[in-house]
Design a protein around this ligand. Sequence first.
Ligand SMILES: Nc1nc2c(ncn2[C@@H]2O[C@H](COP(=O)(O)OP(=O)(O)O)[C@@H](O)[C@H]2O)c(=O)[nH]1
Ligand SMILES: [Mg+2]
Length: 254
Amino acid sequence: MITPSEISGLSQRILAGDARAIARAATLAENQPAAMEALRTALSAHAGRAMTIGITGPPGSGKSTLVDQLTQALRNEGKTVGIIAVDPSSPFSHGAILGDRIRMQRHYEDAGVFIRSMASRGRAGGVAEGARDVALVLDAAGSDVVLIETVGVGQQEVEISQIADVTVLVLSPGLGDDVQAMKAGIMEIADVFAINKSDMPGAERLEQEIRMMQSLGTEDERARAAPVRPIVASEGTGVADLLTAIRSVHKSSK
Ligand SMILES: Nc1nc2c(ncn2[C@@H]2O[C@H](COP(=O)(O)OP(=O)(O)O)[C@@H](O)[C@H]2O)c(=O)[nH]1
Ligand SMILES: [Mg+2]
């Protein structure tokens, strides 16, 4: 059990941006929902400043590569970044392939970036709830932007999209996932579409399919249609443009 005075001490250190305190709180968020409740109360008054961006999409679409590039772009602006990877195969966690690990190393060594991986299942109270708590901790600790990567396969992503201020759906050609066949719910959570691997055949067609789907909406839906941006995440191409689209969606949602 964690005592009230421990909670108070921990929250003070989190507010000061202490990385070890943040890690401790993230562990509480995953394993001890009851202790987290007290901490949540202590931190809530100090949160609400960060922009939270959900990055979701099918496995292999390039989410982690995009998170890496967005992090770099934000760091170049001097912004601090918190990353939550809810994906067991993420390069941010143990399933990393060597190249991705090396690429991410610069962020692990950067005091302006905090990276936390979460198991995609098993948490009492649900993964989305755990991610929400870790996002709160990172926000209170002073992160300017919190990025949450999840694999876009189901209800969990819908829940996580509700935590995020802006949800980016990353799609790419060549994964065999027909847009029409994708669950309607997953398409609907997109505030911004990132068409990744635009260096590959089929990317233009994928973009057209999404625009076609959007054109079938009502007049009101068409007016609010999510921006669609082609990117090549592995090269960083289009990432600045995507970030601009994310920010404009965020601004208009306030
Ligand atoms: N050709 C191409 N490959 C990419 C691009 N972005 C990512 N990849 C590759 O796609 C694979 C999956 O990327 P990853 O970011 O791990 O996808 P995730 O599973 O969605 O997180 C990796 O081998 C990346 O190097 C891109 O824009 N073009
Ligand atoms: Mg990944």
